[in-house]
Design a binder for this molecule. Sequence first.
Ligand SMILES: Nc1ncnc2c1ncn2[C@@H]1O[C@H](COP(=O)(O)OP(=O)(O)OP(=O)(O)O)[C@@H](O)[C@H]1O
Ligand SMILES: [Mg+2]
Length: 291
Amino acid sequence: MQINIQNLEHRYQAKTPFERVALYDVDMEIADGSYSAVIGHTGSGKSTLLQHLNGLLRPFKGTIQIGNFTLKASEKEKNIKALRKKVGVVFQFPEHQLFEETVERDICFGPINFGVSEEEAKKRARAALKLVGLPEKYLESSPFDLSGGQMRRVAIAGVLAMEPEVLVLDEPTAGLDPRGRKEIMDLFYSLHKEKNLTTILVTHSMEDAAMYADSIYVMHNGTVGMKGTPREIFSNPEEIQRFGLDVPETVLFMKKLEDRLGRNFGGICLTIDEAAEAIASMVQEGEGQHE
Ligand SMILES: Nc1ncnc2c1ncn2[C@@H]1O[C@H](COP(=O)(O)OP(=O)(O)OP(=O)(O)O)[C@@H](O)[C@H]1O
Ligand SMILES: [Mg+2]
């Protein structure tokens, strides 16, 4: 689904002495089927922005168009339930929202709430649990007998079982071990491709933003400070550091190597694979010259 955000503003505790502008002048154009990363220092407004995408927060000013749905300050979107069916959100620490007696019932809760039959919901629960890499026997377990990482997977399965068209992810892997992080990020990426989802990821990992996203938005003090492709965003370390962020480690490493060798690789390497490729061709070139 195409998403257009125009001139979005959000204030917390509006019209009270504690009023706080959390977002202003936010413009974004997110193409159907694209993968966008939203990065930015803590408190820059990332979570506030995401909570607008399924109508959890209402704009104070501006408009959000998601497919045929329109969210704006002046009027209530009548079809908020239909919107929430299409836009799946994995919030920060989604396991805090588990509440049912069994894993199966927890995963089925969303689909049933949105009118899916019990039989179909159970089928989806089984499939979703498999997708997130948990054995079927857990369907009968209490979610509270699982480890934190397993609970996270159950919560994610609950979102996937809704079969959303837009996937909104707010630091979905925070607090997981490295292997779990990679498994979950790869899962989201393969679903994104397979089901042609429109994915929006908030992350503090510059590596994940570089690896998965087509476009990156840099949030800064409540507005978009910079946007571009990962290559555009990370080609300029000084600029990104102005926003309190850094470039991926691989980009830093390759810059150091360029300085040490006094040569230029002709563009940045965003991932370990790209760096390995660039170094290998340099070494092979060198060997060629020796022969
Ligand atoms: N419920 C709330 N009431 C009042 N102010 C809030 C509320 N939630 C967030 N804020 C404020 O709004 C601003 C943006 O917060 P937000 O949670 O969107 O930031 P974030 O970019 O997601 O940060 P983080 O990286 O730490 O998750 C911050 O200044 C924060 O203090
Ligand atoms: Mg946040």
